[in-house]
Structures are given as C-alpha cells and as structure tokens.
Design a protein around this ligand. Sequence first.
Ligand code: B16
Ligand code: MG
Length: 212
Amino acid sequence: MRYENVIFDLDGVLVSTDEYHYQAWKKIADEEGIYFDRAINNRLRGVSRMASLEIILERAEKNYTQAEKEELAQRKNRYYQELLGNLTTEDTLKGVRETLAGLRKNAVHIAVGSSSKNTMRILTQVGLENAFDAIADGTEITHSKPNPEVFLLAAQKLGAKPENCLVVEDAPAGVQAGVNAGMQVAGIGEAAKVSQAAFTLQEIRDLLNIAV
Ligand code: B16
Ligand code: MG
C-alpha cells in the first residue's frame, strides 16, 4: 500500500522529548508530594499540558484552584524548557533522518501533527525545522489528542484528504486521534500495543516498507 502523505507525531516518534516531559512532571509531583510513576506518565503521552496535569492531580491529596493549576502547568513548562536546552541534532530518534529522506525521495508528502506548544522550538533545535511540507501543533488547536483536530489541520495544510494520510504515533491517545480523523495509523513503542493501529512498527524505518 502506498500513502501519498505521512503525518508524524513529534514527542516519542521523531524526538526523545517524552523523557524530558516525564522528568519535568516528576519534579512537579515530587515538589507537591504527589505520587507519580512511569505507568501514570504513559497516560500523558499525546495529551495536552493542562489535561496531563489533571491526570497527575488524580493522586493529589488536596484540591487545587484554577490559578494554582495554571501556576503548576507554567512551572512544569519552565522545567521542561530547561531540559530542552540540552537538545541537539543528535537527539532525533534512531532512523528518523533516513526515513524522512526515503519518503521524500519517493515523493511522499510529510507533516508533523503534535499537541505540543513547543513544537517549533524542538524542531529547530534538532535541525528539522525545514524537513516537513507542513507542521500543525498545539499552538493552533483547541482540542488535543484523542480529538482529531491536529491531524485534520496537518492534512488540510498538506492539501490532502484524511483517507490518504498515514499517521505515525507512539501514544494510545494519538492512535485514537488518527482513527477519529479517518486516517490509518502506524503505532510505534507504547502505541504498537493498541489494537486500532492498522500497522505496528518495530522501528521507524519499517515505515518505508508500508508507505512507499
Ligand atoms: P507541551 P505529541 C505531546 O506531544 C506530548 O506527548 C505530551 O506529553 C505533552 O503534554 C503535549 O505534547 C503538550 O506539550 O507542554 O510542550 O505543549 O506527542 O503530540 O507530539
Ligand atoms: Mg507522542
């Protein structure tokens, strides 16, 4: 099967920033005395910053006001951005650059569809800011994954119909978003375990056998 368009999730698919999200949330949880572990962290993949905070606060012993929640979200983003300072061109995940080059060589259009408001900063730091035909991110959407908004926006920017797009995702919420958008989904990492994913990728390079 050949796909004319591939839309990539960012955190956990192109770049290992999912680990930085974990570390920043862990610091917040520790400061607030809230239990948090990697299993809970897996529920945050693909989910917006405020929705992630709500998941973390499920384990909190006190009720937080809206103003306190906003302060926590801002503090988390400060910690996260400090960690992003370490990102270099070495931090794209294994096989990403050759996969993008292989798709381009075969005239497949490629886009990013990410819930993150830090998308442009991350792409710039790893040197992928000009690697895509379109970028749709958390600064442009109202509803984050599993809502399909970000993938539909990416398809619109590509001038593509949803049914001609393949989404690549590491998050269960992201797989659901792709399905909700009427797209087929290739799952990698955590998302490879999700049954709605039409394809599972052991590594990103496997995409060249599916999309080309
Ligand atoms: P930010 P993706 C998502 O990005 C992350 O997976 C998720 O953990 C994060 O909370 C969300 O972006 C918002 O990120 O705080 O930077 O706006 O996986 O959709 O690329
Ligand atoms: Mg992700």
